[in-house]
Design a protein around this ligand. Structure first.
Ligand code: FAD
Length: 298
């Protein structure tokens, strides 16, 4: 897999789009640490996962900018210390143009070459958000205006919950992907949902690569909460099996086996790579990666 290219003293960060064009990619998602102890834990997790030679990792962003500094600092530390690019997530709802320009100018100056451009969500307490943005497409335009970063976007195989209809979801997604460089999906459990979305995008003339996001169900309660928020179907048999596991090892094995089975189907069907929601833990990711061969499926 490709690392950072050192040309004289200038480190050139590979674009994720370029990596996807070169081969099937493997990537991991982390959330920014909330304490010194959590930061040490994340470093230890990444020390383990680095051996799997990920093509890139991504760091989430708290809606409305709640993790603005920690996301930024984590990404910049990883980009300078590690052999793979780190991509910040960036949400625009609740931000002004000036705030977004400041942050992307900073990323550009620090040599962060990739960004995941997201809308985010309005405040949950129902208070009006004071921001200048409504949709991710506007954030893509703002990033393009200031930088030459490679831009990823979110895709929802089972349709975004705010979409008026499947048709409007796919139309807006095709427009957004065409303005960006690649997509990453919300997690899902039925591979047909992913392939149907890819076919619907192709029918709209959009062939941009979309990496499927896969989550091992280690914590069925919290994964179900996220799934319900996103309109993601959760297979009852998997939830029953994980919830009924007699000890943590059995639970880990069930979660890993289910995620591996899904990944194999996605790779066999032609997915351009796999993005694993790691939840900042190494165990499940290591076991899954031991069982798959990205180029052949398994
Ligand atoms: P958009 O693409 O703007 O779409 C939102 C809705 O608006 C959709 O229903 C779309 O169809 C509709 N729409 C778009 N354009 C128009 C238009 N012109 N007219 C009418 N309707 C339109 N959230 C975080 O807070 N932090 C994170 O780090 C984070 N990371 C994520 C990573 C991934 C891979 C994914 C899949 C999601 C992530 N999210 C994150 C969640 C995301 O911010 C929310 O799901 C948000 O509600 C939608 O973001 P979006 O970028 O898809 O929005």
């Amino acid at each position: 897999m490709m690392g950072l290219w050192l040309m004289s003293t200038v480190v050139v960060v590979p674009s994720i789009r370029g990596l996807i064009e070169a081969h099937r990619t493997l990537s991991f998602e982390f959330f920014p640490p909330k304490s010194q102890a959590a930061a040490s834990g994340l470093r230890a997790t990444i020390d383990v996962l680095e051996k799997l030679e990920p093509d890139f990792v991504s760091i989430t962003y708290g809606a409305g900018g709640t993790t603005r500094e920690t996301t930024r600092d984590t990404v910049i530390e990883l980009c300078s210390d590690r052999r793979f690019p780190a991509m910040p997530h960036l949400t625009c709802i609740g931000h002004s143009y000036a705030e977004i320009y400041d942050l992307v100018d900073d990323y550009q100056a620090e040599g962060v070459g990739n960004v995941l451009a997201l809308a985010g969500d309005a405040p949950v307490d129902g208070s009006p958000d004071p921001g200048d943005f409504r949709y991710a497409l506007e954030l893509i335009d703002a990033v393009r205006e200031r930088t030459d970063m490679c831009i990823g976007v979110a895709a929802f195989p089972e349709v975004h919950p705010r979409s008026e209809s499947r048709r409007s979801d796919r139309r807006h997604l095709a427009e957004k992907l065409s303005a960006a460089d690649f997509g990453i999906t919300q997690f899902f459990f039925d591979p047909d949902d992913y392939f149907r979305m890819v076919d619907e995008l192709a029918a709209l003339g959009c062939e941009q690569p979309v990496l499927p996001g896969v989550i091992p169900v280690l914590n069925p309660v919290s994964v179900k909460r996220f799934a319900d928020m996103n309109g993601t179907k959760t297979p009852a048999a998997l939830w029953d099996a994980v919830s009924g596991a007699s000890d943590p090892d059995e639970r880990l094995e069930i979660a890993v086996a289910a995620a591996t089975e899904l990944i194999v189907k996605l790779l066999d069907g032609g997915a351009p790579g796999i993005h694993l929601y790691s939840l900042n833990q190494a165990n499940a990711v290591v076991r899954i990666c031991d069982r798959i061969d990205l180029q052949r499926g398994i």
